[in-house]
Design a protein around this ligand. Structure first.
Ligand code: CU
Length: 492
């Protein structure tokens, strides 16, 4: 079995030239001097369930006094948080004001393939897309981002990321913190590299094998578009909707005082009960909702540590040590009213059982070159290829045909490095991961899972997709996806 350490050692020569910049952390302002930006909340139901988004370019000062060109949704960078209610039909209007083609994919939203915003659903410059979204799934934190093939990584890196909150009324029933921007905070985690002028640069260089293998990894962490911000929070329970919107990096989150916090939801919605953790790994595109108790009134930092999948080269501390680095700070303020009671139960979640699965399929994800792991001989023919089951993405090829209303077991095998595997149009439960049952916080519904070696997923297909607008499945390291680690399925 591959150990992370062996991956690092074996790949040292290749990796040494590929990380973008040093781990210097070029945020020049004093840390924790910028308030956490809170994206505008669009509550669709309060505006007739009609939501308008403009995909636009803008300027944003990640570093004060040094504006850089960015992209955003109705904003210079990032986008709004859109609250959608279960049972509603929402008319979206998406104007593309960029000078390049884009798409908007509603990541985690269960809608038919023609509304999913995959790479077939192009919105050309100056054009408008008007999908009507029927909201029918449990409460969850989802997100939206571009998905045009070969340009997804760059467009997200430039700032195109927004959050969707599905509201099914359970927040009030469970007594959870739910005051947006006060005790219910979107936390969009990303990393970027800045040049000496404060610019973010993303070179769409499909021929650079190192960029393809490792993805874009910046040396500076940003939260909601700010470097090392602070948030004033009530002295009680605060709900953080954590989204890893990085191109490639896995975040190893913990608090500076190593306090216990509680995972209440994963990608597809609530867990059956809060799961106490002191550390939480979040891979690209994953979401976790957590409750953090600030009753003690003490300021504390949220930190991230070395990306274990990168071995020595995943270290994030400026001195190259195995230390954690702060990404933001929370400052409890006694004047803010707070929720104090942690629920003991959240929802009923049936055990995940493969008994009724109608198919078993295997997907081998290969990101090329770094195939020197033990066991890789089995896939020796594919080592030079970036693709799934030996085939790079082809928009003209339907790889899998599924049946509406069925479940299947999908076995995901990673070659080259750990891959965060994502399925559109469906949610899944993890049956096993690396040969063992999933950790408690991974037992709920998900749409992304980091697969180091192998995972077995029970995928539930409840939305239709045709050949004209199939659903995608792919690695969510965006450079892997753009390079061809993607397939498509229909559901009829
Ligand atoms: Cu990958």
């Amino acid at each position: 079995m591959l150990t992370r350490r062996r991956f690092a050692t074996g790949s040292m020569a290749i990796v040494s030239g590929c990380l973008i910049g040093g781990r210097a952390g070029k945020g020049e302002a004093a840390p924790f001097s910028t308030p956490l930006p809170i994206p505008e909340l669009i509550d669709a139901a309060t505006q007739g369930n009609a939501v308008k988004l403009k995909v636009m370019s803008g300027q944003h000062e990640f570093i004060k006094g040094k504006p850089t060109r960015t992209y955003g949704y109705s904003a210079p960078v990032l986008g709004p948080v859109i609250r959608l209610r279960r049972g509603d039909k929402v008319a979206m209007t998406v104007d593309n004001a960029l000078d390049v083609v884009t798409t908007v994919h509603w990541h985690g939203l269960l809608v038919p393939g023609d509304n999913d915003g995959g790479p077939q659903r192009l919105i050309h410059p100056g054009k408008t897309w008007r999908p009507v979204l029927t909201i029918d799934q449990p409460a969850a934190t989802l997100w939206f981002h571009p998905h045009p093939h070969h340009d997804t990584a760059r467009q997200i890196y430039m700032g195109l990321t927004g959050i969707i909150i599905i509201d099914d009324g359970s927040d009030a029933r469970l007594g959870l913190p739910r005051t947006y921007g006060v005790d219910d905070l979107p936390i969009i985690l990303q990393d970027r590299s800045f040049d000496s002028d404060g610019l973010i640069e993303y070179d769409n260089n499909d021929s650079d094998p190192l960029e393809i293998i490792y993805g874009a990894r910046g040396d500076t962490f940003i939260v909601n578009g700010a470097i090392a911000p602070f948030a004033k929070v009530p002295p009680g329970l605060v709900r953080l909707r954590l989204l890893n919107a990085a191109n490639a990096q896995n975040y190893e989150m913990r608090f500076s005082d190593k306090r216990t916090f509680y995972v209440i939801a994963s990608d597809g919605g609530f867990l059956s009960q809060p799961v106490a953790v002191t550390q939480l790994n979040i891979s690209p595109a994953e979401r976790f909702e957590v409750l953090v108790d600030f009753t003690d009134g003490k300021a504390v930092e949220l930190e991230t540590g070395p990306d274990e999948e990168m071995g020595l080269f995943g270290r994030v501390a400026p001195d190259g040590s195995a230390d954690y680095v702060p990404v933001m700070r929370f400052e409890p303020n006694a004047a803010i009213p707070s929720v104090r009671e942690l629920p003991t139960r959240l929802i009923e979640l049936a055990p995940a059982s493969p008994v009724s699965a109608v198919q078993h399929r295997q997907f081998v994800l290969n990101s090329g070159l770094c195939g020197s792991r033990p066991g890789a001989e089995t896939h020796a023919g594919m080592l030079a290829l970036v693709g799934i089951n030996g085939k790079p993405f082809d928009m003209k090829r339907i790889d899998v045909e599924t049946k509406l209303g069925t479940t299947e077991v999908w076995e995901i095998v990673s070659v080259g490095t750990a891959h965060p595997f994502h399925v559109h149009g469906a949610l899944f439960r993890i049956l096993s991961i690396e040969g063992a049952p999933p950790a408690p916080h991974l037992t709920g519904w998900k749409d992304v899972v980091l697969v180091e070696d192998k995972a077995e997923l029970l995928v539930a297909f409840n939305r239709s997709a045709t050949k004209a607008h199939p659903f995608m499945y792919h690695c969510h390291i965006l450079e892997h996806e753009d390079a061809g680690l993607m397939g498509q399925y229909i559901c009829t």
